[in-house]
Design a protein around this ligand. Structure first.
Ligand code: ITT
Length: 205
């Protein structure tokens, strides 16, 4: 069985990757010693810039292996594309409200606050995921996936992570937190980007 290394601190992403990889008979593994490696400063203006930075950096710690890194987030039209590349730390940008910068609940609470006066017809947004593949510090390729939806005014569902409970997909008529891992792999931004990676890796053989 082929094994793909992922560099991430986010368990939700890892589960998504495992769900997307399973139908292809691919095993997903966290990069060895990930937690003890030096961190990358995610200061890029775009998902692609940050994904490249992470993949380049972490692939130096897995000699000869392909390492994937994902930079992703939610873009809401009514908020001018926010939280965007700041999705993971959205609530922490208001430090008086929060001390833990990876708190999904606090991020969701801020999103609801920002959209409080925005009617349903103007709550469109999308999840974006950019996956960068690198080996020994060299970027090999970059893959983008996108999922359109709308932001609800209260959470629904208990699967997934991050903004999933607030993100309603008209395609499947559920929030992303109501999806099984198989459904999330089929309909999500990450699933789409990962499928593009799979096609690319088949072409490389
Ligand atoms: P790594 O950089 O270590 O991979 P991270 O969580 O910091 O983990 P990002 O900087 O890419 O990753 O931020 C992604 C954030 O966007 C994530 O924390 C969620 O808040 C949100 N997000 C991305 N994909 C999502 C998904 O599929 N469902 C829900 N929220 C998602």
């Amino acid at each position: 069985m082929q094994r793909i290394l992922i560099a991430t601190s986010n368990q939700g992403k890892l589960r998504d990757f495992a769900g997307a990889a399973a139908p292809h008979g691919i095993e997903i593994a966290l990069l060895a010693n990930y937690a003890s490696l030096p961190e990358v400063k995610e200061d890029g203006d775009t998902f692609e810039a940050n994904a490249r930075k992470k993949a380049e950096h972490y692939s130096r710690h897995a000699a000869g292996e392909i390492v994937l890194a994902d930079d992703s987030g939610l873009e809401v039209n009514a908020l001018g594309g926010a939280p965007g590349v700041h999705s993971a730390r959205y609530a922490a940008e208001q430090p008086h409200l929060l001390s833990n910068n990876t708190d999904d609940q606090a991020n969701n609470a801020r999103l609801l606050r920002e959209l409080k006066k925005v009617p349903p017809e103007n709550r469109a947004g999308r999840f974006v995921c950019v996956i960068a593949a690198a080996r020994d510090g060299e970027i090999l390729a970059v893959f983008r996936g996108q999922a359109e939806g709308m932001i609800l005014d209260r959470p629904r569902g208990s699967n997934g992570f991050g903004y999933d409970p607030l993100f309603y997909s008209p395609r499947i008529k559920k929030t992303f937190a109501e999806l099984t891992p198989e459904e999330k792999a089929t309909y999500s931004h990450r699933g789409e980007a990962f499928r593009k990676f799979i096609s690319w890796s088949i072409d490389q053989r």
